[in-house]
Design a binder for this molecule. Structure first.
Ligand SMILES: *Cc1c(COP(=O)(O)O)cnc(C)c1O
Length: 362
């Protein structure tokens, strides 16, 4: 028998979450963001479920090729644009739309030979200070692009730094309005948090939801995935492969970090950090055993974690353990809760699912 661990990708949940994004997008067209191999789900595994999107946004050229190979003929947007002039050849060949966020990319376009002019998304740095033209340089970039025979339509894009937090989007929106005033072109602003929390403000021609499509709340713990009406799209589950009985004072795992205060029954689970379970998830991280909620005890090791079965006498060898996602009988363990216990975000857990874990579409 193979080691009892697997990940499930939930087709219906992806379809549902995409529909949620669309219903909140106020008529905007929806980019399904599938960067990082669809947030660790696998582009080829989410493709059927997300075909209802108006386009796919990502940043790796190999992933863009994979989408074309899967048969997608609709829009594909490279969120970071080209990394070198040669990339433009692939854009021409595969009809990829690409972000232009710095002058070098305009230089490359100006020297590129193409039959088919390119659709580009010109990016404004409205305060994130990662990618994009400064507001004072934006108009000049637009004018330069607009003069190039290699360029077809120019769309206008920016990215919010705190749509999920207290800062909100107002200041960046005002910067965007000012910098783009009078420029023609479709607008594309909102990530998941903006779609969910600031839809009226960030209303535009396109939205770019990622994490909500994968069933996580971008503003957890202020809101939960259930609050936003999205469902887990990835389940990580394993089984109990051994049992231990602890006497008071006994410890569990490396570093003896957990010590039993009373007699305890412990289940050893076939999942560790080499599977993508976060090593920083401390004692007390929630897990489901046969759909019932309990907690981890002690440190996460490479191949195992240990969980408290004291209050679950019916659980034993072979019991199903849900590390995150959908458990038996409609139970759910939100990935956001596990991420919070490990001082990280669901994005990171999804992306870190290890290659050694077998994955099935469910
Ligand atoms: C990743 C990304 C998104 C999606 O963000 P979520 O928080 O996952 O919704 C949108 N736009 C850009 C430019 C991105 O890089």
């Amino acid at each position: 028998m193979p080691r009892p661990i697997e990940a499930l990708i939930h087709h219906d949940a992806l379809v549902h979450n995409l529909a949620q994004a669309r219903s909140r997008a106020l008529g905007a067209r929806v980019w399904a963001v599938v960067k990082a191999n669809a947030y660790g789900h696998g582009i080829e595994r989410v493709y059927e479920a997300l075909r209802g999107a108006d386009g796919f946004a990502l940043l790796d050229l190999a992933e863009a090729s994979a989408l074309r190979q899967l048969g997608w003929r609709g829009p594909v947007l490279l969120l970071e644009g080209c990394f070198e002039p040669r990339d433009l050849e692939l854009c021409s060949r595969l009809n990829l739309w690409h972000t232009v966020h710095q002058d070098a990319q305009i230089d490359w376009l100006g020297r590129h030979k193409t039959q088919q002019p390119h659709r580009v998304f010109l990016k404004l740095n409205s305060g994130m200070n990662r990618l994009g033209f400064a507001p004072c340089a934006f108009r000049a970039a637009w004018t330069r692009l607009n003069a190039l025979p290699q360029v077809d339509e120019i769309s206008l894009m920016t990215h919010f730094s705190d749509a999920d937090g207290a800062g909100g989007v107002a200041a960046q929106l005002a910067t965007f309005e000012r910098a783009t005033e009078g420029l023609s072109g479709e607008r594309c602003l909102a990530n998941s948090a903006a779609v969910l929390r600031h839809a009226q403000a960030a209303a535009a021609d396109w939205v770019r939801p990622g994490i909500m499509v994968y069933g996580s709340a971008p503003d957890h713990p202020q809101h939960t995935a259930a609050h936003w009406g999205v469902r887990p799209t990835m389940t990580l589950r394993a089984q109990v492969i051994a049992l231990q009985q602890l006497a008071p004072g006994d410890t569990v795992g490396y570093g003896n970090t957990f010590s039993a205060a009373q007699p305890m029954r412990i289940g050893v689970v076939a999942c560790g950090y080499a599977d993508g379970y976060p090593r920083h998830a401390g004692s007390g991280t929630p897990v489901l055993v046969d759909g019932m909620r309990t907690r981890t005890v002690g440190r996460v090791s490479m191949d195992m974690i240990t969980v408290d079965l004291t209050a679950l006498p019916q659980a034993g060898l072979g019991s199903e353990v849900t590390l995150w996602g959908q458990g038996p009988q409609g139970t759910v363990l939100p990935i956001d809760e596990v991420a919070a216990s490990a001082q990280t975000v669901a994005y990171e857990l999804m992306c870190a699912l290890a290659p050694r874990v077998p994955v099935r579409i469910a």
